[in-house]
Design a protein around this ligand. Sequence first.
Ligand SMILES: [Zn+2]
Length: 366
Amino acid sequence: MLKKFFQDLFLCFCLVFFLFIAVEAEKLGNFRDDLTLKIFNEKCGIEMMTQLLYQKYPGAQPGNNPAFHELEEFTAEYTSRRKSDSRNLSRISSGELKIIPIVFHIIHQNGEENISDEQVLSALQVLNEDFRDNNPNRANLVVDFQGLEGDAMMQFALPTLDPDGNPTTGIERIYDPNFEYGDDFLMQETYNWPRDMYLNIYIVKHAHSDGYAAYSFYPSAVNSRPELDGVVLSHWACGTTGTALWSHYRVIAHEVGHWANLIHTWGDKYAVNNSKACRTDDLVDDTPNCIGLKGSDPQAGPDGCNTEYESCTSLDMIQNHMDYSFCPIVFTLGQCVRMEACMNFHVSDRDYIWTYENLVDVGLAE
Ligand SMILES: [Zn+2]
């Protein structure tokens, strides 16, 4: 009798335990779903963070900052020159392949934000696939846009030497309880490596306290603030494995696009999904006018992109990396030329980071 009692007790215990596990798993699943929904409209915080930058450093504002006009004038002239170059018609951009040293600073509190090397390397792989027109879903590019895609001829590589000439893997792990959030300028000011030598990527628990998945700045905005030049990613918006969310696998390409002076496909005058954006432009000729985002349904999963959406009387290029959709595949050739111009101009040292001299200094060339 006593034995039966203990057997029943044990069974009850098991039942309660498994119920507890099921409820917790459900909660975790909901949390991840909620996170995906929360960030549906908040993939990138460049606009919010740029306003913050202007408040703190008024000299960074376009009206006070000659770098904006110098870079845009150079880009317009460079683009015009490339348009008259017959090589521009080639799918493969004719620019010289640029190797860009990239360092990942993982700022962590010993939690899941201290992501694995494997996850970091998966982000690097995404970046190199997307900047060389080699996205794994490349065959799914809608017919209307085939032939517009470009190879940015930019390849990102982990350095083997740090700024002091000491060995590095290019993945730096820093325990710091002060920076759970990446929107504290002090975080970048504390941990940046020289931006003329490395593209700084920061991986944090939360890129922004309002929930933005990631952000970076345009090169002109940080021309006089080298310590704030880089990309900040939430750990779940970095790479394709570990803690990464499927909806944000390729965010790094979007943010590095900004780093190389690309604007959202709907322009930078209005927030995403504002019909007024049909009247503004991203300063690139071959990206269709649009208001962004509408063609993507996060609840429909990875196949939820509406590639037939027209927000401004023509087909949206929802598969562009500079949209907010969950199915980015390409940069256009026009965007590649815009980035190429930026990488050939002195603003924010973009014309130095890929030089042979620098590659020697970071251990990527002899
Ligand atoms: Zn963005």
